[in-house]
Design a binder for this molecule. Structure first.
Ligand SMILES: [Zn+2]
Length: 74
């Protein structure tokens, strides 16, 4: 499940929100105003011990999408 980073357009407060793919939008944790998405750290990337991000098989650009990927099994 991806973690989205939001920045409040009202007070510039930054916060992370764990959301499913279809969800969009979040309210500021501080002031309650709608926040805009800043960056997204998708679950297809796993953080290594050194902090680097490495793509996981099946989500790395084959375009099949998710668990139905036909490219990962081969
Ligand atoms: Zn705010």
């Amino acid at each position: 499940m991806p973690i989205y980073e939001y920045v409040c357009s009202s007070c510039q407060f930054k916060f992370d929100r764990l959301q499913s793919i279809g969800q969009d939008g979040a309210d500021c944790d501080r002031c309650g105003q709608p926040a805009r998405r800043a960056i997204s750290l998708f679950a297809s990337f796993s953080a290594g011990d050194d902090g680097s991000l490495s793509p996981m098989p099946g989500m790395g650009g084959c375009g099949c999408g998710g668990g139905a990927c036909a490219c990962a099994g081969g």
